[in-house]
Design a protein around this ligand. Structure first.
Ligand code: GTP
Ligand code: MG
Length: 230
């Protein structure tokens, strides 16, 4: 999104903030500037992590003639959804409140080939002494009740700006292609149905997740057998 589009999008979604046109200009100009700065900082934090992940992936390919990463996606939460989430949490609508309370403004999803690749990447992210892990959740060892599997981390990432260094949290979801297959379809199914998913269908989805997880383990074993790894 370029700067102009960002302004337009922010403008479209901010009228709730202002109650009269007198204050409008003043409020907006400072909100816009804050939003742009926030967007730049979090975008840069995403770039820092993505660059590191690409370096790791290339190093693997030099050393082992294989890439552990299948795909990297990233997204920045939109101004509408930042405002929506702050409102839902009963917090003030400000970039300050967003930075303090929302840890998933910057998101990266890493899709790996094998389960062991996930843990290798988790370990390598943890090895960087300039990255601070704020939170981690292993939904592979302990899947969500829905059947959802992935490794989640929130990392505080340093961004070197022209005059100083700032930190921004980045949410990283690491999963296999198989886990991503299930999560993408389940997400779409949940979105398509406006009402809650009936329990028998939820159970069926959970059982799909289990079967997919078994296949994931089987593929991992085949990989290890072929490569003589124990
Ligand atoms: P808490 O916020 O501390 O509860 O944990 P968390 O941030 O690790 O998990 P949360 O439930 O907030 O989910 C974060 C993201 O994980 C979501 O935005 C989804 O992308 C993904 N996710 C979590 N649960 C599910 C699920 O049941 N199905 C799918 N498809 N995705 C999920
Ligand atoms: Mg969360």
């Amino acid at each position: 999104m370029d700067e102009k589009d960002f302004y337009i999008e922010a403008f479209d979604n901010l009228p709730a903030l202002v109650d009269n046109s007198e204050t409008m200009k003043e409020t907006f100009s400072h909100v816009f500037y804050d939003f742009l700065q926030l967007q730049h900082l979090y975008d840069s934090a995403i770039e820092v992590v993505k660059t590191y992940l690409n370096i790791l992936d290339n190093e693997f390919s030099v050393k082992f003639q294989r890439n552990p990463i299948h795909n990297i996606e990233s997204r920045l939460k939109s101004p509408q959804s930042i405002i929506g989430k702050l409102q839902k949490k009963g917090l003030p609508i400000s970039t300050e409140a967003a930075r303090k309370n929302l840890l998933d403004l910057a998101g990266i999803r890493v899709t790996c080939y094998y389960i062991s690749d996930i843990y290798a990447i988790v370990e390598m992210l943890g090895r960087r002494d300039d990255f601070t892990i704020i939170k981690r959740k292993d939904y592979i060892k302990k899947p969500k009740p829905s059947g959802y599997r992935s490794y989640h981390m929130i990392i505080n990432v340093p961004v070197y700006l022209s005059t100083h260094k700032e930190y921004a949290p980045v949410e990283i979801q690491i999963r296999t292609i198989a886990m991503d297959f299930w999560a993408s379809l389940e997400h779409q199914l949940k979105y398509k149905t406006s009402s809650d998913i009936p329990p028998e269908i939820a159970e069926e989805l959970r059982s799909c997740a289990e079967r997919i997880a078994e296949t994931d383990l089987q593929m991992q074993r085949i990989y290890m057998q072929i490569n003589n790894i124990d």
